[in-house]
Design a binder for this molecule. Structure first.
Ligand SMILES: Cc1cc2nc3c(=O)[nH]c(=O)nc-3n(C[C@H](O)[C@H](O)[C@H](O)COP(=O)(O)OP(=O)(O)OC[C@H]3O[C@@H](n4cnc5c(N)ncnc54)[C@H](O)[C@@H]3O)c2cc1C
Length: 455
């Protein structure tokens, strides 16, 4: 039996971040991974989808060359080429990460682990005991009752990141972040796309104004969607898949991608047997990611916080630092930056208008249209930056739509997390011509001194 300060089950964003930080702080660390270090994010999530979205942007660039006076045509996708580019990125990052884990003297154990006592994980008959155990087994793509994933006609994002062809038509069931990103990719690749979403809006967790702008942009791009109506059934035929909605409408496409959310990977891993408190499969933790069992911690998609890679990183680091006695500050989840990397992008930090009002803030709002921004015109993108602010107080939320607005989040995040007021940001000088000028302009306008704004 091997003894460690830290035994980590799962080598995704949450688990490997805890391992790297723990080792850096002098803890002895065992990292157990059944598949590949890097987890969902690196192998079937963030990285592959963003590579596909970049290929999609190039495809649109080829199509739209004439708008910029460039002679170019879009002749179609070469999916073997797309996959080789995408896999090249993944393999390089995977190699780098595996090397990093090795160089930090982390004991890396390949295999499927199970919690067999409060301080021990067993892998292939060998037991690894830790003064602390971190559960970081992540999440899986969910489906709906009666909707069986066959990996060919009815798929999840796991299959969507590895397609060898461009489907003629796709139904995307679920208009959240993952669904909208895939819809965007496939439309650019040349598919007919229909999104079906039971809630009244796409990316319904975002500020309603952002959802509406994305819907407008998708409509303009010819991406179809049905909102506020629930899925009833799907049947497969030689032609593809026919989906029936509860209002009786039917849609047929070559494939159906199910993107109705992700559930925690926690079944049959010994968590319940060891008395770890759970809710619908999620492991429950306090604000330092401690479970109810002393010495057992949990991070990432396995716990009911935002399912994002950088949240997993932050939680992994938090736990390692807490164990090492650094007493880190708990995470303010409102201050986590969020991006939907579709065309156009949607990015936000802080509270939506609805949430700010719900929490009792007296809210003022300002929306700066990217039509007034030089770089946005050069890029030929539409969108806006919306500020939600407390009256005579700090900025409570920043909500952006437009090409590349995800890159503006770094500043938005500082503004929100440092509780800046519009008048603090207004004097900061932004380089011209950049999209970031729109951030400056929005705050100037909210501070009562608009420059490039009509009305
Ligand atoms: C299509 C898609 C796109 C995404 N895009 C983004 C994005 O752009 N930005 C973003 O921030 N987030 C994105 N995410 C979310 C992000 O991937 C997750 O939030 C993140 O991977 C969660 O990290 P984790 O460590 O909790 O879990 P995971 O990354 O799922 O890692 C868990 C690991 O545990 C291993 N494991 C599970 N059980 C065992 C066991 N019993 N024994 C040993 N090992 C085990 C698994 O093999 C896996 O490697 C995306 C997700 C998807 C699906």
């Amino acid at each position: 039996m091997s003894q460690f300060d830290l035994v980590i089950l799962g080598g995704g964003s949450g688990g490997y971040a805890a391992a790297l930080r723990g080792a850096q702080l002098g803890l002895s660390v065992a990292l157990i991974e059944a598949d590949k270090v890097g987890g969902t994010c690196l192998h079937r999530g963030c990285i592959p989808t963003k590579a596909l979205l970049h290929a999609a942007e190039i495809a649109d660039g080829a199509r739209e060359g004439s708008h910029f006076g460039v002679k170019s045509t879009f002749d179609g996708m070469d999916m073997a080429g797309v996959n080789s580019y995408k896999d090249g990125v993944i393999n390089k990052l995977h190699k780098g990460l595996a090397g990093l884990v090795k160089s930090r003297n982390i004991t890396y154990i390949e295999g499927y682990g199970k919690l067999v006592s409060k301080d021990t994980v067993e892998v292939n008959g060998t037991r690894y005991t830790g003064k602390n155990v971190i559960l970081a087994t992540g999440s899986y793509a969910k489906t709906l009752p009666g909707l069986e994933i066959d990996g060919e006609k009815i798929i999840t994002s796991d299959h969507g990141t590895k397609m060898s062809y461009v489907p003629k038509s796709v139904i995307v069931l679920g208009g959240g972040v993952i669904g909208c990103e895939f819809a965007s990719v496939w439309k650019s690749f040349g598919s007919e796309v229909t999104i079906i979403e039971g809630l009244p809006h796409l990316i319904a967790l975002e500020d309603e104004s952002s959802s509406k702008q994305l819907e407008r942009a998708f409509r303009k791009r010819g991406i179809n969607f049905e909102l506020g109506v629930r899925f009833k059934s799907a049947t497969k035929s030689a032609d593809g898949v026919t989906v029936t909605l509860e209002d009786g409408k039917t849609f047929t496409a070559e494939i159906l991608m199910v993107s109705v959310g992700r559930g925690p990977v926690s079944a049959n891993l010994g968590y319940e047997e060891q008395g770890v408190a759970m809710d619908r499969g999620y492991v429950l933790v306090d604000d330092k990611c401690r479970t109810n069992v002393p010495g057992i911690w949990a991070v990432g998609d396995l716990i009911p916080t935002l399912q994002l890679a950088h949240v997993g990183f932050a939680e992994g680091i938090l736990v390692a630092e807490e164990i090492a006695g650094l007493n880190p500050r708990a995470i303010n989840y409102d201050g986590i930056p969020r991006v939907t990397y579709s065309d156009p992008e949607v990015a936000s930090v802080g509270l939506t208008t609805a949430e700010a009002k719900k929490r009792g803030h007296e809210v003022v709002e300002l929306s700066y249209d990217l039509a007034g921004n030089g770089k946005a015109q050069i890029l030929n993108t539409a969108g806006s930056i919306k500020l939600v602010s407390q009256k005579d107080g700090p900025v409570l939320g920043i909500h952006m739509v437009g090409a590349r607005v995800g890159e503006l989040l770094a500043e938005a995040e500082l503004i929100y997390n440092w509780e800046a007021r519009a008048s603090d940001v207004a004097p900061l000088i932004h380089a011209h011509p950049t999209l970031s000028e729109a951030m400056g302009e929005a705050h100037m306008a909210l501070a009562g001194k608009p420059l490039h704004a009509h009305g």
